[in-house]
Design a protein around this ligand. Structure first.
Ligand code: BMA
Length: 357
């Protein structure tokens, strides 16, 4: 009997998002992601539809599509500078175009994930301004910048509430704030706030968006940088009632990469399964110009055996040399290998998820 109860509790956790008031579309997204996790790993690309190495804001274009003929299953978007009331993101994408892109990707059956490198509300510096270890404390309730933080969240909320289909239903999206917090390069990083402050920041933020702003079409992603144990991974985990996706970011910066990636993937897929959450690799990037088989030989080879929902590669800036792109692009040295990666039954792109759903 005891065993049966435990089983039922685990099942209940598995069936839906952490938000009890999640919209039907958010519930469906969660369930689709859960189901797809066992069929393969979706491929994602940051700013996939916004620009590529040699183009900016062209209709129906994507560097990934230029190489393999299909769109990524997951499109990443970035909202940094929305909090300032600007028209354009810190990566020079108009928020109106981001909204349109999200709508387009969703109408095609794709998934959207949103990151937010928002500015330091205490110092006025960038997300990378780590000159003060008082920022998180300052924006929590009672802190000197709490009202300013709420104004940032009000702008974020307006944007989230503007994500609607033509029929007027909210488009469900993944939201991944306060990422890479196991490192200390963002003002919300490990050495810049205590465990309690970090988890309180999550709790305040999600509760404000859900209860004050009545937003229920978001799935929340907790995403660390590299880690070595589950304890380390979960040290700043804010709670099962706030988080839907457990993920991590990891860039290839040397020969130890495959080993570290494999260990993180193994641990995260186990944590996800134990918790009844979705597991993912929320950011990667590798030497795709100097290692022409990076896609199959490093990335896929390492991740192949784990049940992970998606792996997303970071952006292909349009205003910088192509060699710093993390996604494939036409004629890049690893383009042929990317097509192999694309054709592998284990990877899922837009057409795959359209037909599997
Ligand atoms: C970083 C870099 C920056 C960018 C930021 C937010 O990793 O790509 O150029 O501004 O992400 O997208």
């Amino acid at each position: 009997m005891m065993l049966l109860c435990v089983g039922l509790v685990a099942q209940a956790g598995k069936s839906g998002p952490s938000d009890p008031k999640a919209t039907p579309e958010a519930v469906k997204l969660y369930q689709n992601m859960m189901n797809l996790e066992h069929k393969g790993m979706m491929f994602g690309h940051q700013d996939a539809l916004a620009y590529g190495t040699s183009w900016y804001a062209e209709d129906d274009r994507s560097d990934v599509k230029d190489v393999c003929g299909d769109f990524p299953a997951v499109c990443g978007w970035e909202l940094g500078h929305l909090e300032l009331g600007n028209a354009c993101s810190l990566d020079s994408v108009f928020f109106d175009n981001i909204r349109d892109g999200i709508k387009k990707a969703y109408s095609r059956g794709g998934i959207n994930t949103i990151s937010w490198h928002f500015r330091n509300p205490l110092t006025g510096g960038t997300a990378w301004d780590v000159t003060s270890d008082k920022t998180v404390e300052a924006i929590l309730p009672g802190g000197e910048k709490h009202e300013l933080y709420k104004q940032y969240l009000d702008k974020l909320a307006l944007f989230m509430l503007s994500l609607k289909t033509d029929q007027g239903t909210f488009i469900p999206v993944l939201f991944r704030p306060f990422h890479e917090h196991t490192g200390s390069w963002f003002w919300w990083g490990k050495n810049l706030c205590t465990v309690d402050q970090y988890t309180a920041l999550w709790r305040f933020t999600v509760t404000y968006l859900r209860e004050t702003k009545n937003i229920h079409h978001l799935l929340y992603t907790y995403s660390t940088d590299r880690f070595t144990t589950s304890e380390e991974y979960l040290e700043r985990y804010p709670g099962d009632d706030l988080i839907d996706i457990v993920a991590f970011d990891l860039y290839d910066r040397g020969p130890e990469y495959a080993g570290v990636l494999g260990n993180c993937a193994k641990l995260v897929s186990k944590i996800a399964a134990d918790k009844g959450k979705i597991g993912a690799v929320s950011e990667v990037g590798g030497p795709i110009t100097s290692n022409p088989e990076w896609w199959t030989n490093v990335l896929l080879k390492t991740l192949r055996s784990y049940d992970l929902s998606y792996v997303l590669v970071w952006r292909n800036p349009f205003n910088q040399p192509a060699r710093i792109a993390f996604g494939p692009y036409k004629d890049c040295p690893s383009a042929k290998d990317f097509v192999k990666f694309y054709k592998d039954p284990r990877t899922l792109f837009l057409k795959d998820i359209q037909s599997l759903k």
